[in-house]
Design a protein around this ligand. Structure first.
Ligand code: FCB
Length: 441
């Protein structure tokens, strides 16, 4: 199965997961520094102080990206490098990204820059973070600074990465920074994140900039674990929780009422939704970014606030315990095309974690390679079906700090020895290189 010349092949990372240099160049802590340094939050008490030391080794990493042969590299900016304190701009922090983007440009690699991949400055969390509407205004100031300084060196912009994680996973489920367990906090955070997205897109256009700009959502199609009415309800609610709560406001201008009814007891009467907010959230983008890892299988659970829990399945599972589910990837994109949008879609992340073993200097990661091939075949199939996928970014270039799992989960197509910082290209790297070269999978 083949890909046309315009199809963008890419590879992705994010700032806190790879950079290290946590106190270099004037950077101040983000909520992830604080969270990771709070006992019991991250496996092995790992943190991103050093991570892949990309801050110092970015040239070596760009050379690896070049060797891979991708068209585009997706990275994110650490907000607290740019604004280490409220209202204080740090040109030294910006210089790191200018140098990095310049290095990529000189190597003929296009760039997709994400403004927010979860590392909120701690000073901003101290003001209330995403729960406060003010956070959207402060994000806008940060976004404008990045647009002004970096637009020439950037080929596409992503405002936010996975608002579901930055809101519900972080503020209701407590698994990510800032680690709150409060549905109201999550609802407010989600609202202000989506609002800030629309505000940034609007402002980007009014600055006269014209690179493609969009948002990245993590989406997972939900299926009932049986034919029972209760399990179907559970799947519908899981879909509302993960997918529709974000897709509906962006493309339909409203939160889905079935979910709003479930949240109403926690929503303070939705007083945080102001007149005109949905119009801002609906500001037209140039593309939709989708991160896809796995399907969701749901069963009814009376204890859960949304009456839904994950169900056991007999699918093959990655090291994260996630179902390997490439067919459902196709279902998801069909659903998006049917219910939401004809904007170009980029798969801005897809990949898998497995236990890797270094043998005589090689990593024979057959399972990761197999996952990659299956999902790229699914993407090629989508394009055959006319579903218009414009590009695919593999997660991730390097093994890195996998959030609450620390360094225990490896998603890289390049192995990182975290003691020596040695990089070893895995078999999946070479397979992806070949797919890109041949434009065929
Ligand atoms: C996504 C995140 C990314 C990475 C992968 C495995 O949810 O965007 O940073 O952690 O999962």
């Amino acid at each position: 199965m083949s890909f046309n010349k315009e199809f963008i092949f890419g590879v992705a990372t994010s700032s806190y997961q790879i950079e290290g240099g946590f106190d270099k160049g004037g950077r101040t802590p983000s909520i992830w520094d604080t969270f990771a340094k709070t006992k019991g939050k991250v496996v092995n008490f790992d943190n991103g102080d050093v991570a892949c030391d990309h801050y110092n080794r970015y040239k070596e990493d760009v050379a690896i990206i070049k060797e891979l042969g991708v068209d585009c590299y997706r990275l994110s900016i650490a907000w607290s490098r740019i604004f280490p304190e409220y209202g204080r701009y740090n040109s030294e922090g910006m210089k790191f990204y200018k140098d990095l983007l310049m290095e990529l440009k000189q190597n003929g690699i296009k760039t997709a820059v994400t403004l927010y991949h979860w590392d909120l400055p701690q000073w901003l969390q101290d003001r209330g973070g995403w729960e406060e509407r003010e956070c959207a205004d402060i994000f806008l100031q940060y976004a404008v600074k990045c647009f002004n300084e970096l637009d020439d060196l950037t080929d596409m912009w992503i405002t936010h990465n996975e608002p579901w994680c930055a809101s519900f996973l972080s503020n209701a489920l407590g698994e990510h920074a800032p680690g709150k367990k409060n549905i109201t906090s999550a609802l407010k955070a989600a609202h202000h994140i989506l609002l800030s997205h629309g505000m940034a897109v609007r402002e980007y256009r009014s600055l006269g900039c014209n690179k493609p700009i969009g948002i990245t959502l993590n989406l997972s199609p939900a299926y009932p674990s049986s034919n029972s009415y209760a399990d179907k309800l559970a799947a519908s609610n899981a879909d509302g929780f993960l997918n529709r709560w974000f897709l509906d406001p962006i493309f339909k201008g409203s939160y889905p009422f079935d979910m709003a009814n479930l949240y109403a007891a926690h929503s303070l009467g939705f007083e945080f939704v102001k007149a005109g907010d949905f119009e801002i959230m609906m500001e037209k983008c140039d593309f939709l970014g989708i991160n896809y890892y796995n399907r969701t299988l749901s069963k009814f659970d009376a204890e859960s606030f949304m009456f839904s829990a994950g169900a056991e399945s007999n699918y093959e599972k990655t090291d994260m315990g996630w179902d390997v589910s490439p067919d459902e990837f196709i279902d998801l994109i069909k659903m998006i095309r049917q219910n939401y949008t004809d904007l170009p879609i980029y798969i801005t992340e897809n990949g898998s974690a497995w236990t890797d073993i270094v043998e005589a200097g090689y990593v024979h990661d057959d399972k990761r390679t197999d996952y990659l091939v299956k999902h790229l075949k699914a993407v090629a199939k989508m394009n055959e079906l006319g579903l218009d996928i414009a590009g695919y970014f593999c997660w991730s270039l390097l093994d890195n700090f996998e959030w609450a799992y620390g360094y225990t989960k490896r998603f890289g197509i390049v192995y990182v020895d975290f003691d020596t910082q040695e990089r070893i290209k895995k078999d999946s790297f070479y397979r992806y290189q070949q797919i890109i070269r041949d434009r065929t999978v």
